[in-house]
Structures are given as structure tokens and as C-alpha cells.
Ligand binder design. Structure first.
Ligand code: NI
Length: 257
């Protein structure tokens, strides 16, 4: 089966036809979706989706753009959501110096707090990092915890830095960008990385692969991502789907069904 390791089906882009899209996924071999929280509100919506659909699991976390909403009280609430039955990871958390909606010090503070929360609860972590390569690496090295596997979602940095993350035991999240002609660094990264450390993700509604670039994305498009990874690794799309399913199960600790 195809596992979408990172999606945002709670996004308003799906308000018109969410049910229809979600129900159609299983007919297209998408067996499991991890819906990822990005704010307090979307974490709440994520928990609701996991309760409504058997094939949806969730991650609870606050994205760097949204950490202004965190305080001791709301952080306590977030911790409680992590204990919900189908919440399998903390995320997405990290640093974003591209949008820079919150200042760097505040971003770092809540990134570290959420990483330590994952450490305390021994949960996997989904990291978002944009234009913040050095600070992200520094924090992840300082806070390294062998009980919390880490995926660098929508990996966008150099192959050299990917090598460093791989040596730390981390996973790389690969999505629609791998099908873009100009994604030279990412293609080099995927060629170099062991396929056992790759997770397929949509980040939908964003980042649709070619031939749907610019349109609303959904998990059915992961077939194009599997094909693109397969081309780079000398594997068939089927083999990529099989291996990345195992990777996602190992990473999120999802039992075989
Ligand atoms: Ni995301």
C-alpha cells in the first residue's frame, strides 16, 4: 500500500469535498495517511480526523509560523493531544526563516520545547526547516535523543547536509518537488540516500508533482513521486512503494495489517 507520511487534509482547501477525496484514496491504494498538525487549531482538527477515519493517523505540533499561539497553558493542551490513541508523532515543528512570522528566538524556544516533549513521550518527530539549515542542525545535534526518530520533512537542503542527517539516523521526507525539472540538489540527495531512509509525502494541499504542479495536491499523486524516486534509484515504482511503506511503518511504529 501507499502511505502518505505527511498530509494536511484539515486544510480549508479540502472544505468543499474532503469526504469525497478521503473516501477515494483507498481505491487508489493509499492505505494510511498521517495528517500533520501545524497549529493548535489544526492539531485539534487532526485529532478529529483520526477519530473519524480508520486509516488516518495524526501528528500533534505547532509549526514555527504559529508558535506565537503557544504559552504554558496551550503547551499543556498540546501535550495531552500527543497522548491520544492515534497520534503517532510530534510535528510539524522547526524553524522557518523564509516567512519569519515569529522571531528566531521564539521559534527556537518552542522548537526545543516540542523536541523535548517528543523525547519525554518517546515519539517520532516531524521537522519543518526552511532557510534555517545551520540553526536546525545545531538544535537537532544538541537535543539528539535516540528514542525519538526524526524526519526532515520536504527536504530542501544540500546533499552534504542530508549525509550528516543520515549519519544521525534521520529520515528524509520526499514529495512532489522530486518531479520538478529544476530540483537538482534534491535529485542528487535521493540518489545518494539509502532508500530505507526515505518517506513519501504529499504535504497536500501543497506541492503537487508534475503533471499537476500548481494544482491542489492529494495522496493519489504519490504514484508520480514513487516513479520519480524509482528512476533515480534504478527501482520500479512498485518497489519504491513497498520499501517506503515499510519505512513509514518503522518510523511511525505502525503495526503491519
Ligand atoms: Ni506540512
Amino acid at each position: 500500500m501507499i502511505i502518505d507520511s505527511h498530509a494536511h487534509y484539515d486544510d480549508q482547501a479540502f472544505d468543499e469535498d474532503r469526504e469525497e477525496v478521503l473516501v477515494s484514496l483507498q481505491k487508489h491504494r493509499v492505505g494510511i495517511v498521517i495528517n500533520v498538525g501545524a497549529s493548535l487549531e489544526s492539531t485539534k482538527r487532526t485529532v478529529a480526523l483520526t477519530q473519524r477515519y480508520s486509516f488516518i493517523y495524526g501528528a500533534a505540533g505547532v509549526h514555527p509560523d504559529e508558535v506565537g499561539g503557544l504559552n504554558e497553558e496551550s503547551f499543556g493542551w498540546l501535550r495531552e493531544q500527543c497522548l491520544q490513541k492515534k497520534i503517532v508523532a510530534v510535528g510539524e515543528i522547526g524553524l522557518d526563516y523564509y516567512w519569519n512570522k515569529e522571531n528566531c528566538a521564539i521559534q527556537k524556544k518552542w522548537f526545543v520545547r516540542q523536541l523535548r516533549l517528543a523525547g519525554e513521550l518517546q515519539m517520532p518527530v516531524i521537522v519543518h526547516s526552511r532557510e534555517a539549515a545551520a540553526d536546525t542542525m545545531e538544535i537537532l545535534k544538541q537535543e539528539y535523543n535516540p528514542n525519538t526518530p526524526v524526519v526532515i520533512h520536504c527536504y530542501s537542503y544540500s546533499p552534504e547536509m542530508a549525509g550528516e542527517y543520515l549519519r544521525m539516523g534521520f529520515y528524509l521526507g520526499i514529495g512532489g518537488v522530486i518531479t520538478f525539472k529544476n530540483a537538482k540538489k534534491l535529485k542528487e540527495t535521493v540518489q545518494m540516500a539509502p532508500v530505507e531512509r526515505l518517506l513519501m509525502e504529499t504535504d497536500c494541499p501543497y506541492l503537487a508533482p508534475v503533471p499537476y504542479r500548481g494544482k491542489r495536491n492529494d495522496s493519489r499523486n504519490l504514484l508520480y513521486v514513487a516513479e520519480a524516486i524509482g528512476e533515480l534509484k534504478g527501482m520500479t515504482a512498485e518497489e519504491v512503494i513497498r520499501v517506503t511503506e515499510q519505512n513509514a511503518r518503522r518510523f511511525y511504529r505502525l503495526e503491519e495489517t
